[in-house]
Design a protein around this ligand. Structure first.
Ligand code: ADP
Length: 398
């Protein structure tokens, strides 16, 4: 038995989950949030308890320090030596990593080099990694890449039709993201695919960030996010795929710079941009229920884009045996699942059971009818357990 910490460090937050492995039992979980603010938040849950503190949180190191202090003061563990491994989520592994690796100096340098491709994410991951390294210098770490699962894509699925030199010289290509989630969903999906020889899965991770992946024989064939997580389907605040000319035209019309417009595509577009209300589907659903036209349009657009990608991947895979809905929207909101299945239903022979689908929240379930041509399921994703599994196995813990 070994205790392993799964860490997801962002620019202003650091989420953590401590596991007892290989049992995969969660010992505690929590977040240091609003890092960089005087009213930072530290929250930890353990044994049915929850502690929440509002404290100055100038940097990630303070969050890590609070976590380690809480582990001891709350007697969650007796000694920091009990933590034998730390797994860090890394958004961008570029072309270099098709699986998780020991987080050594070489990996640290590579992840730093890859900051060009994912400046906000990779920089924050390194800050998180270094904060843990400073206080637990002898505990080994593992880097778990969001892009790794997508490295099985063929060139025809990851090359962009821009001058080929851009790929050769600058590594401009599709990398995808959410790979850890899609891999988990594929593995969990296996239980619905017994007896099928070469299973074809379309997994829909629909959260505030959202992506869809085409999977054959449990390997990624194609995925919707692109060079960065901005590509693919419409998301909470990201536009997803649009005509690249929109960038030039919108800059000219608004007088904004490319950098400013890039921020707008990332932070003020998607469901937020169309609805003008929120990036959160809970707010949008409330507004659409009262007849708000832009909220209704935001819902329709989101459903259309997801349905179109599912259709594309159905063709790419030559059919599908399983469609999986997951993440905040996919797990919790029957409304979108139903609308999406209605949009693809006629073409793909998909039928869902409206009673089963309706109230479902955050639990694993089949929502298609027995005569549906494709099985449709909801599977809550769990990226942290994947991080803990890889950390445990790569460090050879026992
Ligand atoms: P991320 O991990 O990318 O931050 P999540 O997968 O947690 O995102 O998804 C968060 C989103 O899921 C919210 O912004 C909201 O749109 C949607 N969501 C979560 N729970 C519900 C719910 N009960 N009803 C409606 N929408 C929900």
């Amino acid at each position: 038995m070994a205790k392993v910490m799964a860490v997801n460090a962002g620019s202003s937050s650091l989420k953590f989950k401590l596991y007892e492995m290989p049992a995969e039992q969660v010992i505690c979980s929590g977040i240091a949030d609003r890092i960089g603010h005087d009213d930072g938040i530290f929250e930890i849950r353990f044994n049915g308890n929850k502690i929440r503190k509002i404290v100055p949180m100038p940097n990630h190191a303070v969050g890590v320090q609070m976590l380690l202090e809480a582990l001891i003061s709350e007697k969650i563990i007796n000694n920091l030596d009990e933590i034998e491994g730390i797994g860090h989520r890394i958004v961008m592994g570029g072309k270099f990593y098709s699986h998780s690796v020991l987080f050594d100096k070489e990996a640290e340098n590579k992840i730093e080099d890859l900051c060009d491709l994912a400046p906000l994410h990779n920089k924050a991951h390194l800050v998180g990694y270094r904060a843990f390294k400073a206080v637990l210098p002898n505990v080994r770490s593992v880097a778990v890449f969001d892009t790794a699962y997508h490295q099985t894509m063929e060139p025809v699925d990851y090359i962009y039709p821009v001058p080929y030199e851009y790929y050769e010289q600058y590594d401009i290509r599709r990398y995808g993201a959410h790979g850890t989630s899609h891999q988990y969903l594929a593995q969990e999906g296996a239980k619905f695919l017994k007896g099928i020889e070469h299973p074809r899965i379309i997994s829909c991770h629909l959260g505030s960030g959202a992506s869809i992946t085409a999977i054959r024989d449990y390997k990624c064939v194609a995925t919707s996010m692109g060079l960065t997580p901005l590509g693919g389907i419409m998301m909470g605040t990201r536009c997803g795929d649009i005509d690249p000319s929109v960038m030039k035209f919108a800059c000219e019309k608004t007088g904004k710079s490319v950098d400013e417009m890039y921020q707008i595509f990332n932070k003020q577009s998607g469901l937020l941009g169309i609805s003008g209300i929120s990036n959160d589907t809970r707010d949008i659903l409330k507004a659409s229920d009262t007849g708000d036209k832009r909220a209704i349009l935001a819902n329709d657009l989101f459903v259309r884009r997801v349905a179109d990608f599912i259709g594309q991947y159905y063709v790419r895979l030559g059919g599908a045996d399983l469609i999986i809905f997951s993440a905040g929207i996919g797990e919790n909101v029957g409304f979108y699942r139903e609308k999406i299945c209605d949009a693809i239903g006629e073409a793909l022979g998909i039928k869902i059971d409206r009673v089963l689908n309706g109230p479902l929240r955050g639990v694993e379930a089949v929502i298609s009818t027995p005569d549906s041509k494709v099985k449709v399921v909801v599977i809550p994703t769990d990226e942290e357990v994947m991080i803990a599994r890889d950390t445990y196995s790569i460090l050879g813990l026992k």
